[in-house]
Design a protein around this ligand. Structure first.
Ligand code: ATP
Length: 238
């Protein structure tokens, strides 16, 4: 689903990603765990084509981002750290705007918007302005927006920032259900160790390199401390 080889990105003297390689298959909930400045957002900016890498290759859904950018980008959906909904437009307008960008037929788009919002228990009134919604519901709308074209890969960059524990748990639960029921893959970037609890796989990123990659148990053991949290803190605090 996602294949990254030798990905390097530098900002002047600073190396944000250092020859990073990773593979993510279908139907997997992967947590990319990294402290502030590890390179998580940089990775997402490169995979979504916002910035170009200095070296390396990105393949999404079997398509090279460099050679077939449209096909590669159609294979992914993304929720960035910074919310980007238009607060003065309604839920429906925000979502239709994205559906139009993706070239979805209007009837299909309307159907998906109704179904997906109902599934996430978002306000029954899709005519409400986004400004009137809680932070948790805004995040859910961003998730609906990212999934409208049914991409096989979803990238979530610190998607629970500002959410209360219940909203955070609901959002995680929704995505985990999508992984089990629809076979999508999720790459969930966070610095919160507890968000890795239900992960199929944990990838620990530090200073642009992968420190460990495997199940929660494998990564805990690789980091050499009794708990994942203790290992994460001890290995990424220098
Ligand atoms: N536009 C930029 N110009 C210069 N340096 C940058 C830029 N963007 C990121 N960096 C640097 O690249 C490194 C990786 O940053 P990045 O934002 O990708 O980390 P992150 O893991 O997403 O961190 P956070 O959890 O704080 O969002 C950091 O050292 C950061 O200071």
């Amino acid at each position: 689903m996602l294949s990254i080889r030798g990905l390097t990105k530098r900002y002047g003297e600073r190396t944000a990603l250092d020859a990073l390689s990773l593979e993510i298959g279908a139907g997997s909930f992967c947590v990319l765990l990294g402290p502030n400045g590890a390179g998580k957002s940089t990775l997402f900016q490169l995979v979504t084509g916002l910035f170009a890498a200095d070296a390396g290759e990105i393949i999404v859904g079997g398509h090279s981002l460099k050679r077939e950018p449209s096909a590669a980008l159609r294979s992914l959906g993304v929720v960035f750290q910074q919310a980007s909904l238009d607060l003065d437009l309604s839920i429906r307008r925000n979502l239709l705007f994205q559906a139009d960008l993706q070239g979805l037929p209007r009837a299909l788009a309307e159907q998906r918007i109704r179904d997906d919002c109902a599934r996430l228990s978002i306000d029954a009134d899709l005519g409400r302005k986004v400004r009137e919604l809680s932070g948790g519901n805004r995040r859910k709308i961003e998730l609906v927006r990212a999934s409208l074209h049914r991409p096989p890969l979803l990238l979530m960059d610190e998607a629970t920032v500002g959410l209360d524990p219940k909203s955070r748990r609901d959002l995680l639960g929704t995505l985990q259900a999508d992984v089990r029921e629809l076979g999508v893959s999720v790459l969930w970037a966070t610095h919160w160790v507890e968000e890795a609890e239900q992960a199929d796989r944990v990838l620990v990123l530090h200073k642009g390199k992968l420190l460990a990659d495997g199940t929660r148990e494998e990564v805990t053991s690789a980091l050499g401390e009794p708990t994942l949290e203790a290992g994460f803190i001890s290995k990424t605090s220098h």
